[in-house]
Structure formats: C-alpha cells, structure tokens
Design a protein around this ligand. Structure first.
Ligand code: SF4
Length: 289
C-alpha cells in the first residue's frame, strides 16, 4: 500500500542488494541514525563517519531490541484483547515467540549474544505495566481510533531524499488524519507528558524525509515509549522542522571533518567510541564550532 504513497525513487528494495550499506548510501548522505547520534552526543557522529561503533553486548541492548520488536505487535494484541487480563496473557505468549524470532530477525547483530540470556531478559519486560497503560489509552480514546492510529501501513521503510541529502529507516508509517505520518518507537523512559525534546527533533527529521517523497508533509506523528506502553501523538511544528534542519546541517559539517568538543556525559561509559574519543584531542577549530 505504501508504494502508492511514496515514490519508487525514494523506497529502496534491500532484498535485491548485497552491497554494504556504506556503498549503497555513500558518505555524503546524512542518515536518521546520525541525527539520533548527534542528539545523544555530537562527537558520536564524527567517529561513526570514520569507523563502526563497537558492538553493544550488554543485556540492556538485547532487551531494547526485544521491546522494539514487541511494540510492532501492540496493534494486533490490542485488537484481540477484551480486557487487561486477556492482554497480559496474549502479551506473555507473544513475547515468548519473539524471544526466539529475535535471533532470526537480527541474526548477525546478535552473534555475540546467546539465546540462554533470553529467559532473564523476558522476566525484565514489565508486561503488566505496559498492558495497563495501553488499556488506559484505549479506554480514554476508544479502541477503534487507537488501532487506526497505531496500525502500521509500512514497517521500517528505508527512504532516500536527494534534496535533503538525507536517508534513513523510519520505524513505522501510520495514518493520522488520512495522511501518512511517522511513528517512532523508543525503549527509554517516557516523559510525564508529551515527548522528549530530542525525540521531537528525530520525529521532525523523519517527517521531513517522508514529506519530500510523499508530497503530503506530515503535521503529526506518534512516539511510542514502548517499555511503558505509552503512546504520544504530537503535532510537528515549524520550530521542530527548523531544529531538525539545523541539526542536519551541523552533522554535515562534522562529516566534513569538524570534530565537536568532548563533553563527558552519562553515555560515555557505555559508548563504543570511548577509546578513540579519549585519545583524540579536540582541535582548535572545533572549539569554535
Ligand atoms: S565517549 Fe562520550 S563524548 Fe566521546 S563520543 Fe562517546 S558519548 Fe560522546
């Protein structure tokens, strides 16, 4: 269905292409993952343009992948459940299946993990809490409306925009007010209300990328905080799009060789670039950046 909405030029069929991603999308394209990296730490963009980040082998990463995969199933689980008890039961069954499918879906990415780790990870997924929050959202807005909003018309499409010099994979495209719109799936903490500022920029960048090719610029989007079962539908304002464009331009400068100054932050401890980052001094030029 989405092929009608997105031009053929903007959708790429990866099943027919065995080249590495770096060859398919040459260096000059900014990726949505660069935007996410920039928002976490601008210096990550610098190092990721030169080398692959060290594989995250923490159980937290495995849990992140599992919950992200799980979130794609929320619409079908909600569809069939009459109440919270039924939802919890169906969720537990689906999670068990996903725990096995995860290694098939993410194959090479999970080579350093073992399926024996899964029972422990499964116990950590707060199914009751996710189900409570999803049910509360359904009760507030009505099941029909919620299902219409979060049902995916396309899952993880990869879109390229020559005009924006931007490419990337959007977790899902949903239909809001009859318009194809982006839906992000986040596995971190949910804010009390609305969405985090960084997620707003990520969502706007995704909307820009979609809009270039659908011709219908999304004015709304959804961020799912999947580990909490929180669904947040938000407007995408011109300020958000402006901020996203500014971030894309800053990323381009970094990729041209401007290394941002190092600022120790909570992510440094688990950062896959830590060794290079500590050993590479910040240039005088980048202090001015
Ligand atoms: S080690 Fe810290 S400052 Fe360096 S790239 Fe990673 S997160 Fe950024």
């Amino acid at each position: 269905m989405v092929v009608r909405l997105l031009s053929k030029e903007s959708l790429y069929d990866f099943s027919l292409d065995y080249r590495p991603m770096s060859e398919i999308f040459p260096f000059r394209y900014t990726k949505l993952s660069d935007v996410v990296n920039y928002l976490r730490c601008p210096r990550k963009v610098y190092f990721s343009s030169k080398t692959e980040e060290k594989q995250d082998i923490s159980e937290a990463y495995l849990k992140h992948l599992l919950i992200r995969e799980f979130a794609h199933k929320y619409p079908e689980l909600l569809q069939d459940a009459a109440d919270k008890i039924e939802l919890v039961s169906a969720m537990r069954d689906r999670l068990q299946e996903l725990a096995q499918e995860l290694f098939q879906i993410h194959g090479p990415e999970l080579e350093l993990f073992s399926e024996a780790q899964m029972p422990g990870i499964l116990r950590e997924v707060p199914v009751e809490n996710i189900a409570s929050n999803l049910m509360a959202y359904v009760n507030e807005h009505g099941k029909k409306k919620v299902l219409k909003e979060i049902s995916e018309i396309e899952t993880e499409p990869i879109i390229v925009s020559k005009k924006l010099n931007l490419t990337g994979q959007i977790p899902a495209i949903v239909c809001l007010g009859e318009k194809p719109s982006p839906m992000l799936i986040k596995t971190g903490k949910a804010p009390e209300n609305g969405i985090w500022k960084n997620d707003r920029i990520h969502l706007a960048a995704s909307a820009l990328l979609m809009g270039e090719h659908t011709g219908t610029h999304p004015t709304e989007g959804i961020v799912q905080y999947a580990a909490f079962g929180s669904i947040r539908k938000v407007r995408i304002h011109s300020t958000d799009r402006r901020n996203a464009i500014n971030v894309i331009k800053k990323i381009e400068k970094i990729k041209m060789g401007t290394m941002p100054e190092r600022k120790e932050n909570p992510l440094c401890e688990s950062c896959g670039f830590r060794e290079s980052c500590i050993s590479e001094p910040t240039s005088l030029l980048s202090r001015l950046f």
